[in-house]
Structures are given as structure tokens and as C-alpha cells.
Design a protein around this ligand. Structure first.
Ligand code: HEC
Length: 114
């Protein structure tokens, strides 16, 4: 009984550290992924592979160290920016399926943290 208590106490330590780190960045990855799915972003994007659109890791690398990165991304995914595909076709980029600023900010933050 006592050993079991110690074992579960030990298991709880990394979980607590993990939760602290996750909340320190303030990003809810699950909510971000859900919103991306709901908005059909994942037909053209994935976290680590280039599809029709660049991998989110690549986007994060491009914006690394830029203070206004989050604001730029929010604008990009809410304004329907004109983009050019590799074959030269122009299209209007998809717009996020949400009017909730907090939710949109969370998604932008998640993309930048990849
Ligand atoms: C039809 C395909 C398609 C869909 C759907 C799509 N994207 Fe994109 N996305 C692209 C392409 C292509 C680019 C590259 C544009 C460029 O480099 O000019 C891009 C670029 C981006 C970028 C990088 C912008 C930058 O400044 O470098 C972000 C962030 C992004 N998309 C997020 C999203 C989100 C969030 C969604 C869902 C609302 C989404 N995309 C849906 C094709 C798509």
C-alpha cells in the first residue's frame, strides 16, 4: 500500500511539471488542432510536411524571433490573403472558421510554437 502511494506520487511529478510548462506558454494545442480541423486547414497543411501549403514547422521557422509574428499570422488567416501556389495559380487563402479572437490567437500561437 505504502509503495503504491510512493509510486503514484513519483508519477505525479513529471505530470505536474508538464502541465506547468504547457500553461506557461498559454497555448491549448488540442483546441488549436480542433479549430484547424474545423476550418479545413489540414487539407493543405500539416505540422511537419509540406502539402499544398507549407508545414507549420516551416511557418514557425520563418517567423522565429519576429515580435509581430502572431499579429501577422492572425491577419493572414482572417483576411483571406491572396497567395500563389508553386505552379503559379493564384488563390484566396482560406479564412479561419471562428470569430473568437482568443481562439484564433491560440491557433496562431500554436502554429508558431511548432
Ligand atoms: C487550399 C489550400 C489551403 C488551405 C485550405 C489553407 N491553407 Fe494556409 N497556405 C496555403 C498556401 C498555398 C500557403 C503559402 C502561401 C504563400 O507562401 O504565399 C499557405 C500559407 C499559410 C500560412 C503561412 C503564412 C505566411 O505568412 O507565411 C499560414 C500560417 C497558414 N497558411 C495557415 C492556414 C490556416 C490556419 C488554415 C485554415 C484556416 C489554412 N492555412 C488553410 C494553402 C492553404
Amino acid at each position: 500500500m505504502k509503495n503504491r502511494f510512493i509510486a503514484s506520487a513519483l508519477l505525479a511529478i513529471p505530470a505536474t511539471i508538464f502541465m506547468t510548462v504547457a500553461s506557461a506558454s498559454g497555448i491549448d494545442a488540442e483546441a488549436a488542432k480542433k479549430l484547424a480541423k474545423r476550418s479545413d486547414c489540414l487539407t493543405c497543411h500539416s505540422v511537419d510536411k509540406n502539402k499544398v501549403g507549407p508545414a507549420y514547422k516551416k511557418v514557425a521557422a520563418k517567423y522565429k524571433g519576429q515580435a509581430d509574428a502572431e499579429a501577422k499570422l492572425i491577419k493572414f488567416i482572417t483576411a483571406g490573403a491572396k497567395v500563389k501556389l508553386e505552379d503559379g495559380t493564384e488563390m484566396t487563402h482560406a479564412i479561419i472558421n471562428s470569430k473568437d479572437n482568443g481562439e484564433i490567437k491560440n491557433l496562431a500561437g500554436w502554429i508558431l510554437s511548432q
